[in-house]
Design a protein around this ligand. Sequence first.
Ligand code: SAH
Ligand code: SF4
Length: 418
Amino acid sequence: MTQSQQIIDLKGMTLDELEAFAQRLGEPRYRGRQIAHWLYQRGATSFAEMTDLPAALRARLTTDAVFTSLSSVTALAADGGDTMKYLLRLADGATIETVFMRYQDGRRSVCISTQVGCGMGCTFCATGLAGLTRNLSAAEIIDQVLLVHRTTGERVTNVVFMGMGEPLANYEATLRAIRLLSAPYGLGIGMRHLTVSTVGLVPQIRALASERLQLTLAVSLHAPTDDLRSQLVPVNRKWPVAELLDASGEYVRQTGRRISFEYVLMKGVNDTPELAAILGELLRARAGGMVADDAPPAGIPVGESHGELPQGGRSGYAFHVNLIPWNPVYGLQYQRPDRERVAAFVQGLRERGIPTTVRLERGVDIDAACGQLQRTHGATAPGNPNPGLAGSGRSAETRERGSATGKGTANTIAKHSG
Ligand code: SAH
Ligand code: SF4
């Protein structure tokens, strides 16, 4: 396949588009549905597998069309295989990360990337350090989920857009991916089981709100004041905290869905009791502007959450705060706060009635330790012969530090992936 201008990538197409494509080939429209079934539900990796298509059509597709099918360069396991972290190679040689997590309650969650690198420059994030290489296509976004299915054989129940990149900076492809992930003819994952995390691109949050989709929005807040947030999250200079909260309120009002405010805690930077108080007051003052149909209960216990909000209950609050102790990133000077400081921050929010969760440190949770694996890919690690697979010797300390948003936990295991 070298005549790329003639070659069409079928993955990433909607059912309508596939049906129209079939018709252009002089085939009945229902061939489009058959192709969708093979691409999105059966996870086919070649046209030859599409056995209910006529042989002549399969031959023609083989010459005239392609579909994205990512390959895994490295797969690292933790916690007996309940967490798998993949480094995937794209057609142009770029690499991205995807993380699969298996939970006791039956959830099978995949954390996916939307860009190669990221241009947002958050000062604490491994992905941000590298800058943006390019956007992923919708096919590359959804194939991360399909690849997990291909390699584990397990049905994915939840998808979080918390890997590399800023989903809303790649708006069109992200929206298309959301539709394909949730469509009954697509991967069939309920919209309520999808979570998109954004650094806070206000116009795109408003655009997404107007789509009125039932997905969960996670907003990366990280600081309650503009001074501090601008230091940590450069886009705050363009869309300050008040505007971000306005847009978040609009999202809640338009969709009836709750928002999760993500807050990465860095010791001595944004984890002080004073800031907990400011954040608590700020959100409390905003609560009236954020009213959803299915607000979460107040005082959600500390527990695991990966952008998927705890279910049930009504407290009047249409949001909650999810605290994420910062995960070390090689080359960055921030520190992870100790448990006492985290607990004090939780307390400061709860005293003000703000539903708060903490992303627990669990060995299995190298969730979205994105950026770090790729950053260190190929690097040698003197004195670190651990192959990094299947719990095979990640140190207790590493396990201890592993956490659900990862974003750095792979620095110990990644060095073997070259
Ligand atoms: N770009 C989007 C989604 C990807 S980042 C966003 O920023 O929201 C997903 C989450 O991981 C964000 O909340 C981000 O702040 C967080 N994160 C980034 N680096 C981290 C680190 N080193 N430790 C813990 N969380 C981190
Ligand atoms: Fe990009 Fe999100 Fe990392 Fe910020 S935290 S640099 S937006 S991936």
